[in-house]
Design a protein around this ligand. Sequence first.
Ligand code: GRG
Length: 293
Amino acid sequence: MEVQEYLKKAAQTVDAALDSLIPKQSTKPASIHKAMRYSLFAGGKRLRPALALAAAEACGGTFEAALHAACAVECIHTYSLIHDDLPCMDDDDLRRGRPTCHIVFGEGLAVLAGDSLLTLAFEILAQAQPTSRYGIADFVRELSVASGSRWLIAGQVLDLESEGKPVSKSALKFIHQAKTAALLTCALRLGAMSANVTPSKLKALTDFGHALGLAFQVIDDILDVTQSTEKLGKTAGKDAKAFKATYPALFGLKKSRALAAELTKEALSALKPLGNKAVMIRRIAESMLVREY
Ligand code: GRG
């Protein structure tokens, strides 16, 4: 199967599952459920859930068994985008090609929609099927750690605190690992755990996720400089305006592109222990290197 076809199938599967797992728009109070659904179904790439499903298949599992984990990660990701766009954070009015949640629903409801998606993620994950190696507590711990104050939120804190200040190469690497690579790696690990993955294969996928997540954020930094707002579906050129610590700002575009390619190569090489079964994860990683939005 072509990678684009696979990503489409994964996104359709996840969208259908999310639709059944998220309270209906008519559930009281309708305003909060409308706001949650507005951001969740705004046309994101669904990359993290696709990686969870592909990791499950690469470890001999199924889409079905990995679906709760995939949906939970997408809920966390969407909450982080809603909060990231708030006036007190990055203050953005466009996301996924639409006005941001707080522009449409107001700041209070946007904060609460983010909070609700964060909470709902764990309700959804609690419905996953345990395996002989991994219990529900292992799944929950995995997602809590990746999305908590040592990783996802740490990345956001350091990102905010470093605005307009000189940032070292190692500090920038940590910000990117924390705010982007940790959740992406978590998606892969949860997908693999739903397939009862062996510890050695889980380690291989973790190494893959760390390198791929970093490459993904380097490319995100590059696209912010090189693409239009229309193409990205979010405001282009914001990083430079906010004097953000980014790879192009620190190393220039040419070096940043070379680094993204090098990190993707490193990621692919980490996948060796998974053999031919990892073909789709490999293709997804390659397609991410050449993505345009
Ligand atoms: C707790 C108040 C509070 C805020 C938390 C944790 C956080 C806010 C924000 C996370 C930081 C963040 C937004 C990182 C960027 C990661 C990234 C590259 C996002 C874009 O991912 P894509 O391109 O987006 O996969 P789509 O829209 O396609 O899903």
